[in-house]
Design a protein. Structure first.
Length: 231
């Protein structure tokens, strides 16, 4: 039983059933009728009543509040490329930089700061995807490359492993980006998922990336441009 099922079972109980009727009125014109039936303490539906406009409005507002309560807000950061609160999809970029990274002991890569290429991040619902780029300036036509990391699948989807950071309830766009980047960088890198993400050896690449990252190591993703993420 997952967390959502447990919460529904423990906290919720049915109070009403919304029934939608449809019929044909004229040529290919459908007519809809909504009926609400209360559910009594024995779990049985009572007589139906037409659904009021106020009921529909309150129901819609309730779901709208739930869907947007955890959405980021505030000033749009410079690197934010796309944000759709309805789809819960966000895309942003980070320039080449140095980051503290952590590796599983058997990889024999020392924990420490390493140089990284430019990265494009995408959060779609609760799933994180990561890509690399080489261009000096981003545009919709910018070619994307496989992210040169352990724990990332060939299609860009990240396995977050032992990262357990929780998203704050009231969060700005800046904090949203920081949360997901920390969740990635603070996890322990452990294994290659799928194909080798770079041209040579990933272990040796990291060991040679203390001072700078070699962009020639990046593998282009066929027919994958930045514009593919911005929709």
């Amino acid at each position: 039983m997952n967390k959502l099922t447990r919460e529904i079972t423990r906290l919720s109980y049915p109070v009403a059933a919304l029934i939608v009727y449809t019929g044909t009125e004229g040529y290919r014109r459908k007519n809809y009728y909504l009926e609400c039936r209360k559910i009594n303490k024995d779990g049985l539906m009572e007589a139906g009543k037409p659904v009021s406009t106020d009921f529909i409005r309150s129901l819609t507002e309730s779901f709208s509040l739930k869907s947007t309560s955890s959405a980021p807000h505030g000033e749009i950061p410079k690197g934010m490329l796309f944000a759709d609160i309805r789809k819960r999809k966000y895309v942003w970029s980070s320039p080449p930089c140095k980051k503290q990274l952590y590796f599983r002991h058997d990889l024999k890569i020392p924990n420490g700061e390493y140089s990284l290429p430019g990265l494009v991040w995408m959060v779609n619902n609760e799933s994180l995807s990561l890509y690399a780029y080489r261009a000096k300036r981003l545009s919709p036509k910018t070619q994307l490359y496989t992210a040169p990391f352990f724990n990332v699948h060939s299609d860009g989807i990240v396995c977050l492993g032992n990262a357990s950071l929780k998203l704050p309830e009231n969060i700005t766009f800046q904090n949203f980006i920081k949360h997901w980047e920390n969740k990635f960088f603070l996890s322990e890198f452990s294994q290659i998922l799928g194909d080798n993400p770079v041209r040579s050896n990933l272990v040796l690449l990291f060991k040679n990336s203390v001072s700078s990252f070699d962009n020639e190591e990046l593998l282009p993703i066929k027919k994958m441009k930045l514009k593919n993420l911005l929709k």
